[in-house]
Design a protein around this ligand. Structure first.
Ligand code: DON
Length: 311
């Protein structure tokens, strides 16, 4: 099995890696704009801890929007510990795909400040606001959760945090618009601070593949045996990933890949294959929706070769 999977990963990398030339590295955050467009890493980790990797899988980068999965996980854990949080969360953010860019303001105006889902920026800001209502230091808690699941101490990339904060005009507009509709409990700057902090968590493809596995294992972290989420909650996070995790390309991802994925502007995409694998691919050049172009190709090739679809 090890030998076969290593061969499959090598074939997938051969097909996907050259396609990066068709994408564009994000330009609005300097540290990511300076990323090497030729970097490519793919990690596939099974539920028994078998790690299958190719390329630069131990290279850290700020995970950006992939953090939205883990802040949502934290909010779901919080909802199990404190009464009323589940209702608060799902009354303030929806569970429908947006079909719009990840940082769009358009629907928010029409829909009275209630974001479509927690995987877009507006929804992630609401998740952070809910966390701020019920937990001490949510950003540190997100980093703590990531460290536990990755099996390594995760650090903050302070340069990316500062650059993300400097480029937050649009996120600030989103937060202010939601506040104008009464859908923000905290000061806009406090919510933005929590958000940019989690975006700057620096992780490697290998660590990310380890960290998402529990979602495909009925909520139990295979490394520690800890029930991180109830199985029902893990299924819900996976449902949001497949319908909303890759923004206005979510339909195309479901069509091409067929298992739940979540992307970030630094060029990583995590995926989860139920009862089989945690996956992470990293290649900085993006397609128009902000997902890694070669990463999308790699996940498609992987799904085809290993028959990984889950829908
Ligand atoms: O909010 C932003 O603009 C970024 N810090 C994160 C966005 C992101 O990663 C979207 N992903 N494709």
């Amino acid at each position: 099995m090890k030998h076969d999977l290593d061969d499959v990963l090598a074939e997938v990398a051969d097909v996907a890696r050259p396609r990066a030339a068709e994408g564009r590295v994000t330009s609005y955050i300097e540290a990511h704009a300076n990323a090497d467009p030729n970097s490519f890493g793919l990690a596939v980790i099974d539920m028994d801890g078998g790690e299958y990797v190719t390329g630069e899988v131990d290279e850290p980068f700020a995970i950006q929007s992939i953090s939205k999965v883990f802040s949502l996980v934290l909010a779901m854990q919080t909802a199990d510990e404190a009464e009323g949080v589940d209702k608060e969360l799902w009354s303030r953010v929806g569970v429908e795909p947006s079909g719009d860019p990840f940082n769009s303001l358009v629907q928010l105006e029409h829909e009275e400040g209630r974001p479509r889902n927690p995987m877009i920026n507006a929804g992630a800001l609401i998740v952070d606001d809910v966390l701020l209502n019920h937990r001490e230091e949510p950003p540190q808690a997100v980093i703590g959760l990531l460290s536990e699941l990755a099996g390594d101490q995760v650090h903050l990339d302070e340069i990316v945090r500062d650059q993300t904060a400097e480029e937050a005009a649009r996120n600030r507009a989103i937060a202010n618009l939601m506040a104008s509709f009464g859908n923000l409990s905290h000061d806009v700057e406090q919510v933005l601070d929590a958000y940019v902090h989690q975006c700057a968590a620096a992780m490697t493809p290998r660590q990310l593949a380890r960290a998402v596995r529990f979602l495909g294992n009925d909520g139990v972290d295979p490394a520690s045996g800890r029930q991180v989420l109830r199985a029902e909650q893990a299924r819900r996070v996976a449902a949001l990933m497949i319908t909303c995790g890759t923004y206005d390309s979510a339909g195309q991802f479901a069509f091409d890949v067929g298992f739940p994925c979540k992307s970030g502007v630094s060029g990583a995409i995590v995926g989860v294959v139920r009862h089989r694998f945690g996956v992470c691919v990293w290649s900085p050049p993006l397609e128009e929706s902000g997902n890694s172009l070669a990463g999308h190709v790699a996940l498609h090739e992987l799904a085809e070769r290993l028959d990984l679809w889950s829908i």
